[in-house]
Design a protein around this ligand. Structure first.
Ligand code: FBP
Length: 337
């Protein structure tokens, strides 16, 4: 029995009365993303039957091996917005070297958007039939936009008008914010609708779980090592040691903390201070969600939302999660502890 019959469309309609920034066009974009999420979720659940698993043999702009489903999911997002009347002017994707102009019109609408997307985050989990997700970030553009001029697309996380993700796990879940709190919807396969399953999400100030690829421990700066040592130390008063959980999918780990608290780290390394994750379609959108839920997203020295990107595929160190845990990490990284 569903918790409520509040579908995503109804929720967006309701939110529009409360939040002027959530315009009809922006609601439309979020619903189109939900549609792409349904299509991707259905294909993932039967991918092994369609021979859709495995690698394409190509590498993407990040130098990573491309899963067939990475490419396919990217195409689903492009097709979803590449139609006449779409208010999305361009898509920047982890799977595309250059921004892709879509929608077939040039600045003739009062309000247009650029969509930044990681079509399938954690895709190395696919062959193991494990959780993956799609991450999205939406920026509003006013007037002419030169999609071939990268600087026109570089905006701070705090300027996002909406962000969220679709998580493909036991259930298919969509989580979004447009700056007025965080809401979670679960796909009711019978109705084919995303139905509200949690609203006004607030995460615990401190957690009991941390996520990090500890095989990189030796490559981390001393401050990061000391913070992870601190989480592993025994101290009942501060709920330590924390449990270690690392799924190989950023969205899945962050979603865990949205509900139960905790901290995820993909820090910079001594020889690679920029880390692995991408600012504009991984760190910034998840940072917007987590901060709307009372958490924090940081590089260790700077708030993710305040960073002006230098490139659309820029990488950034990420420490994200419960406010007290991320603040503690910053203290260790900045040698204040
Ligand atoms: P993709 O978007 O290419 O999947 O990369 C991001 C990611 O897979 C995260 O989801 C995950 O947390 C991390 O990289 C895993 O990286 P590693 O295998 O180095 O631990």
């Amino acid at each position: 029995m569903p918790l409520s019959s509040m579908t995503l469309a109804n929720h967006l309609l309701q939110q529009r009365t409360l939040h002027p920034g959530l315009t009809n066009d922006l609601s439309q974009v979020i619903q189109q993303i939900a549609l792409a999420g349904k299509v991707i979720g259905r294909e993932l659940s039967e991918a092994a039957l369609h021979g859709a698993l495995g690698l394409t043999g190509e590498t993407n702009v990040q130098g990573e091996a491309v899963q067939k489903l990475d490419e396919w999911a990217n195409e689903i997002f492009v097709q979803t917005f590449d139609g006449q009347g779409s208010v999305v002017r361009a898509i920047v994707s982890e799977e595309m070297d250059k921004p892709r102009e879509v929608g077939g019109h040039a600045g003739d609408r009062p309000e247009e958007y650029v969509l930044f997307v990681d079509p399938l985050d954690g895709s190395s989990n696919l062959d193991g039939n494990m959780t993956v997700g799609s991450i999205f970030s939406i920026h509003r553009v006013h007037g002419p936009l030169r999609t071939d001029v990268e600087t026109d697309l570089l905006k701070r996380g705090r300027d996002q008008v909406a962000a969220g993700y679709v998580l493909y796990g036991p259930g298919t879940v969509l989580v979004y914010t447009c700056g007025a709190g965080v809401s979670q919807f679960t796909l009711d396969r019978g109705m084919g609708e995303f139905v509200l399953s949690r609203s006004r999400l607030k995460m615990p100030a401190r957690g009991k779980v941390y996520s990090a690829n500890e095989s990189n421990y030796a490559k981390w700066p001393r401050g990061v090592q000391r913070f992870v040592d601190y989480l592993r130390d025994k101290d009942a008063a501060t709920g330590r040691p924390y449990a270690s959980r690392y799924s190989g999918c950023l969205v899945a780990d962050v979603h865990r903390f949205l509900t139960g608290g905790g901290v995820y780290l993909y820090p910079g390394e001594i020889s690679k201070p920029e880390g692995k994750l991408r600012l504009m379609y991984e760190a910034a959108p998840l940072g917007f969600i987590i901060e709307q839920a009372g958490g924090l997203a940081s590089t260790g020295t700077e708030r993710i939302g305040d960073i002006l990107p230098t490139a659309v595929h820029q990488r950034i160190p990420l420490i994200i999660g419960s406010h007290e845990d991320v603040s503690r990490a910053e203290e260790f990284i900045q040698d204040k502890r």
